[in-house]
Design a protein around this ligand. Structure first.
Ligand code: HEM
Length: 509
């Protein structure tokens, strides 16, 4: 026992040390010059000083630092760098000099690229260590995928409101007849039982209870499957500070997801305002829970891709390919945003049970735009998100726009000079979108049976995966100002936002 406590304390200490340590990178000063006339770090420091004198806004402290470095270091010496210095260098030096640095082999240029890109996650790791990290993170992404599907089945079988209490750490399942009676009594007091399930038997209750219980516990075990191997990898030195920050953020998001889940369930346990209304969770909260799950999944997939493909595919590409990729990327990014908006609108269709109305396609009650599109008893905002006709109409329009845009971009990519892998990825995006569109119509025409509703939801995640893999393959060889800002401030900003959400939902229970 005391050995275990000592071990856990050791792991915690390692974690704190790692979190507090500054990112320090080492560059070895090179002797021989490259074709551009820069001799590794030594020359980079010097040239940086000369060229940057003409630029505005360079911090004098950094100039002095560069001058001192250039003067004091000799070829072969190791020079320590902070990650933030590298960021500053990269953003403040002249682009031409930046390019020279990138092309300097085995010099600070490489370290600069590494520090700025995802290479930073795995720079010092062996192939075996990278593989272990990739399997672990890919596995947790697959686990989140299964959580989303299980959550969808829980909703579609109307099981989500069967447990009327919640503890962050989890609750033991009912084991005795008396335990079951107690749980059933609690459920009998809920509006859903009174209005919809008043004739439910104990056996039927046990089914919906186990569905919700499995969803909750599957999420908690996922937390452990993230934390325990993560601590092991940390102790083995596989997780450097930049990867540690990303993983910490994902863990925080996972914990907050549990809070958001209970915040959503709570809304379904309240008595509805009107006598005839069906008790159901707030569509806004359901959408928040779903969007947050999709975001965590995307973060895990992206980080896994960063580990599997640390170097951008385009790093070795010629100028024509780079240009073609830039053009495709500029179209794919808004398309990815459109897919995200369409999926979020789908969450409102699910939240309102809007798929059980207007079960024809393409017309809705014989019209392109349903007569009930504008409910004058609601404000414009509420009409957009709470009126069944409007919500379903928007999802159809967005889905059609998404599918059309995917087809157009696929056509553009086919004749473009992008790498073959990107073309393959776009083929998959097109195929998955076609399946998603068909599944959506099929689900609607057959009044949302559990298997189709669930397949439509799962395939939305497939579409996200295909989009993420394509975007990852199109990562620019050099980071632009937006990517730089994201790399620098993205994680702390997102962590603050997640903490804000966590605080907001817990004070709003
Ligand atoms: C690119 C196209 C599409 C995407 C990305 C998409 C995405 C989604 C998502 C994420 C959901 C929420 C699933 C859930 O929480 O269970 C959803 C629900 C839904 N979608 Fe789509 N969808 C698309 C196309 C369509 C089409 C064309 C239709 C039919 C006209 C459709 C009908 C529905 C229905 C009826 C639901 C509610 C299902 C339920 O209650 O479980 N979708 N969609």
């Amino acid at each position: 026992m005391s050995k275990n406590v000592g071990h856990i304390a050791g792991l915690l200490k390692d974690f704190v040390n790692l979190a507090c340590r500054k990112d320090v990178f080492f560059a070895t000063v090179r002797e021989n010059c490259n074709t551009n006339g820069f001799c590794g770090l030594h020359s980079i420091s010097k040239s940086f000083v000369t060229s940057s004198r003409h630029q505005a806004g360079i911090p004098p402290g950094l100039l002095m630092k560069a001058e001192t470095l250039a003067a004091s270091k000799r070829p072969g010496q190791e020079v320590p760098f902070r990650l933030k210095d590298l960021f500053r260098w990269k953003s403040s030096i002249a682009p031409s000099l930046g390019n020279s640095i990138e092309s300097t082999s085995n010099s600070a240029g490489q370290i600069l690229t590494s520090a700025l890109g995802s290479v930073a996650f795995t720079r010092e790791l062996s192939t075996g260590a990278k593989q272990q990290l990739a399997w672990w993170l890919g596995g947790t992404a697959a686990w989140v995928y299964s959580m989303v599907v299980l959550g969808g089945v829980t909703r579609l079988t109307r099981s989500g409101l069967s447990m009327t209490e919640w503890k962050f750490t989890g609750e033991r399942p009912p084991l005795t007849a008396e335990d079951w009676r107690l749980q059933f009594d609690l459920y009998m007091a809920s509006p859903e039982f009174k209005r919809l399930h008043s004739k439910m038997t104990m056996e039927e209750f046990k089914f919906i209870f186990w569905m919700e219980y499995a969803h909750r516990m599957w999420g908690r075990v996922l937390g452990l499957a993230f934390l325990l191997p993560g601590s092991y990898f940390l102790a083995r030195g596989f997780i450097n500070p930049s990867l540690g920050k990303r993983l910490g953020l994902l863990f925080l998001m996972g914990g907050t997801q549990g809070l958001v889940g209970w915040w959503m369930v709570r809304s379904g346990l309240q008595e509805p305002d009107k006598q005839w209304e069906t008790p159901r969770v707030s569509p806004y909260r359901l959408a928040a829970h779903l969007v947050s799950a999709f975001t965590i999944y995307s973060g895990l997939v992206w980080t896994t891709l960063d580990i599997v493909y640390p170097k951008p595919l385009l790093a070795a590409a010629d100028a024509t390919t780079q240009l073609a990729a830039k053009s495709v990327r500029s179209k794919l990014l808004p398309l990815a945003a459109l897919v995200a908006v369409t999926a979020s609108s789908g969450a409102f269709v699910a939240g309102l049970d809007a798929g059980r109305a207007y079960n024809t396609f393409p017309l809705m009650s014989g019209r392109w735009v349903p007569e009930e599109y504008w409910d004058t008893s609601l404000t414009t905002f509420r009409n957009f998100f709470e009126n069944t006709a409007a919500v379903q109409f928007h999802h159809r329009v967005l889905a059609t726009l998404t599918a059309t845009s995917v087809a157009v971009l696929w056509h553009v990519v086919r004749s473009s000079a992008v790498p073959h892998r990107v073309k393959l990825c776009m083929d998959v995006v097109l195929g998955v979108t076609a399946v998603q569109f068909t599944l959506g119509i099929w689900t609607l025409l057959s009044y949302v049976p559990v298997h189709l509703g669930s397949a439509h939801q799962a395939n939305a995640l497939n579409l996200f995966t295909a989009m993420l893999v394509t975007l990852h393959a199109l990562r620019p060889a050099e980071m632009g100002p937006i990517s730089l800002a994201l790399a620098r401030y993205g994680t702390p900003a997102a962590a603050l936002a997640v903490l804000g959400v966590g605080l907001a939902v817990t004070t709003n229970y």
